[in-house]
Design a protein. Structure first.
Length: 454
């Protein structure tokens, strides 16, 4: 069994670019690379999938317990696979001062992954040794075994930093990435621009792979990655439900506007016997036939608001089906799409589905960011589940609507989202393995509605 983690000393050290390059280089060598992402990020896993051809799995140690994390991780790795987990933010950046839960370091310890620390080498000499030593000594259990130096101007600069780092630390410098503007990724308000919107992404990936092949010690990385085979005792909580939910058809929008989904949420649905039917609100004239429910994830519907609004047939079909009682669960961008309109910061307003008597407005400042505890009233009971919020928008209602969630975070409490007919929509993104009762309650509502239609 082979795996390691690539983690940054901080955000913006270029760990996604380095990760893509190393994934591409190992894939070129004929290995089946299985990608993973620390935390709740959606965009990096899209990059991973493009590079490797394999779905990337989010491993979030705040939303999921350690047993579940290990189960979701090890079930993805076969004997000859290479697992590469990309970190989030800086190595030790987690949920709070008191705990490193949610951090890359905590995940590395949970799955037993050796850590390769990525640092930005610009403007440093001996200070690089002090930087690495601080990270190594801060938590020896994090098991930092190697360093990759990014944005290096020359080989002589790299060799200087390598000598300094290895003189003061029991780690190996595994190479560097030259400073190269051709592989830099563009960003927008929720992070990096997604794969589908980068015209020259294939060229960037190929170039990053070439740099990894030329400047990174891939043989040493492969050696570091080797572990004894691990047998996971994890039992998927949804696999025993296949007889109950077999045959349900859930429509999921997947296109440039809607693409924020946890891959394991689809695994949960599949293991429960649910058929996921993909469609495009941008390009399709109507919902797929014979749907029993909808799962509308997040993304950038506001960016494509004019195109979504122009597809009046799809908007009408979704609204009519929801008004008729079709069950629907929506997150963040999905919530925005179900309001009357979406307005950008430049004042441009586009029609949305209009199911909720509310309007969405983009904001210049981030409105919510971080992990939240959620209380959702479903199936006659309150279900506690953990989620993550990250949005630059507000939704305002024209009338009082029943709220979807009561949310708490660091002693603060607020309500979020709306319930109307069989629709539940709110800002938080929820991992179904956080509390399986959340998904089963949603599916029970789908079953109930389907039985009523028979």
């Amino acid at each position: 069994m082979n795996y390691f983690m690539l983690a940054g000393a901080s955000s913006n050290v270029g760990k996604t670019t380095v990760t893509m390059g190393i994934m591409a280089a190992f894939k070129k060598r004929g290995l089946r690379v299985k990608p993973f992402k620390t935390g709740p990020d959606y965009i990096d896993p899209m990059f991973h999938r493009f590079v490797t051809g394999e779905p990337s799995i989010n491993l979030d140690t705040w939303m999921l317990d350690e047993e579940t994390i290990r189960g979701l991780f090890f079930r993805r790795l076969k004997e000859n696979d290479l697992g590469i987990a990309e970190g989030v933010m800086g190595l030790y950046d987690g949920h709070s001062l008191e705990s490193d839960v949610g951090s890359s370091a905590y995940l590395a310890k949970t799955i037993g992954a050796p850590v390769i620390l990525i640092i930005d080498g610009r403007g440093m000499a001996k200070s690089a040794a002090a930087l690495v030593k601080g990270y190594v000594d801060f938590d020896p259990k994090a098991n930092i075994v190697g360093v990759i130096i990014n944005r290096i101007s020359s080989e002589s600069h790299y060799l200087l930093l390598k000598e300094m780092i290895e003189a003061y630390n029991d780690v190996t410098c595994l190479g560097y990435f030259p400073n190269n503007p051709d592989i830099v990724m563009d960003s927008r308000h929720l992070g990096l621009v997604p794969v589908e919107e980068i015209a020259d992404f294939r060229e960037k990936v190929d170039k990053a792979g070439e740099l990894a092949e030329a400047y990174i010690d891939l043989d040493k990385l492969w050696e570091i990655s080797q572990h004894d085979q691990t047998v996971s005792a994890f039992t998927d909580p949804f696999s025993g439900l296949i007889d109950k939910y077999q045959g349900l058809r859930i429509g999921v929008p997947k296109d440039r506007a809607f693409n924020f989904y946890y891959e394991d949420n689809f695994m949960a649905l599949a293991n429960a016997g649910v058929e996921v039917v993909e469609f495009s609100p941008l390009n399709d004239a109507a919902l797929p036939e014979r749907l029993d429910g909808l799962y509308i994830g997040g993304g950038f519907p506001e960016i494509f608001g004019a195109e979504l609004a122009a597809n009046t047939a799809m908007i009408a079909d979704i609204k009519n089906k929801l008004e008729a009682g079709l069950p629907c669960y929506a997150e963040c961008g999905g919530l925005m799409y179900l309001t009357n309109s979406m307005t950008l910061n430049n004042g441009e307003t586009n029609q949305a589905v209009g199911f909720f008597a509310a309007d969405s407005q983009m904001t210049k400042r981030l409105q919510r960011f971080g992990y939240v505890n959620i209380a959702a009233y479903l199936g006659g009971k309150t279900i506690a589940v953990r989620g993550h919020e990250f949005h630059h928008s507000l939704v305002t209602t024209a009338e009082v609507l029943p709220t979807a969630y009561v949310i708490t975070k660091k002693g603060k409490t607020w309500t979020c989202g709306y319930r109307q007919k069989n629709v539940l929509a709110g800002y938080p993104h929820i991992h179904f393995y956080s509390n399986p009762m959340f998904l089963t309650s949603l599916l029970n509502a789908v079953l109930e509605h389907k039985a009523g239609q028979a």
